[in-house]
Ligand binder design. Structure first.
Ligand SMILES: C[S@@+](CC[C@H](N)C(=O)[O-])C[C@H]1O[C@@H](n2cnc3c(N)ncnc32)[C@H](O)[C@@H]1O
Length: 254
């Protein structure tokens, strides 16, 4: 797959019936406990929030209910349709934009916060473009702005280290251009029906995420795993570790 095909595979996956159904259900659930903890700490003062990859409106509606002025973006018009329905039902006023975050124009210095949850950044092919996206978010944040985003942990144990290196080597031998952590998935989550067409996905390592944060001029405030944030270990899927990165546009204290 070339770059455009990878992007198309992501947009197609999130327009499929099974994924829409899954994210509609997620939107009904609302914020995860980990997000509640971090938003209470870092998004305590009401402000303007850019929600990148809003899906069916899960965090956008929750943040609007908390009094934030939310702009929510998604590449899937079907996801935006679901978000709009939920916003109307809950009487929340949100500005929705349909399109690819890499291409949509955003005004510099215009948001207090940006959130990019549920590993959204891992849908962007190529490291150069992921750093480019972080730089774009950096530009559209106000000087005191904060970004919270999440990734997987590619090397959560030694077996995974072996798996990812073997995958990369196999791609290399086949002449397929890939980066360590690149893969193709037939669905986004356990329990969701598989799609015939697979979607591009890049699984981050923590070291790589920290390097990308630095390369995009963000200042790291904190990194927290799901498990560090929630005392009740049942609320996180066993052995699937996600990390939250809290970053500020400019230097500040924790
Ligand atoms: C994993 S879902 C998360 C949805 C929602 N944030 C949540 O947590 O329930 C990722 C979302 O990002 C969207 N997305 C993927 N690539 C995108 C891009 N380049 N620009 C805008 N949205 C994108 C997908 O359509 C999908 O709805």
């Amino acid at each position: 797959m070339d770059y455009q095909e990878k992007k198309k595979s992501v947009a197609n996956m999130f327009s499929s019936e099974s994924e829409i159904r899954f994210y509609k259900e997620q939107a009904r659930y609302g914020l995860f406990p980990q997000e509640k903890i971090l938003f209470n700490k870092y998004l305590a003062v009401r402000g303007t929030v850019l929600d990148i990859g809003c899906g069916a409106g899960r965090e956008a509606i929750a943040l609007a209910k908390q009094g934030h002025k939310v702009t929510a973006i998604d590449v899937s018009d079907k996801m935006i349709t679901e978000s709009k329905k939920l916003a109307a039902k809950t009487e929340m006023e949100i500005e929705f934009m349909t399109g690819d975050i890499e291409l949509l124009p955003l005004r510099p210095n215009s948001f207090d916060y940006a959130v990019m949850l549920a590993q959204m950044i891992e849908h962007i092919p190529s490291r150069k473009n992921r750093i480019g996206l972080l730089k774009k978010i950096h530009t559209c944040l106000k000087p005191e702005g904060v970004l919270i985003f999440t990734t997987h942990n590619r090397y959560r144990n030694f077996l995974f280290w072996g798996y990812w290196h073997m995958t990369w080597l196999s791609d290399f031998l086949k002449g397929t251009k890939s980066e360590l952590g690149d893969t193709l998935l037939a669905k986004t989550n356990p329990g969701v029906k598989q799609n015939k067409q697979k979607m591009f996905f890049h699984v981050y390592s923590i070291k790589e995420a920290l390097a990308d944060i630095e390369a995009s001029s963000f200042q790291l405030i904190d990194v927290k795993s799901d498990k560090e944030l929630v005392a009740d270990k049942n609320t996180v899927i066993k052995n699937v570790l996600h990390y939250f990165y809290i970053c500020s546009k400019n230097s500040r204290t924790k």
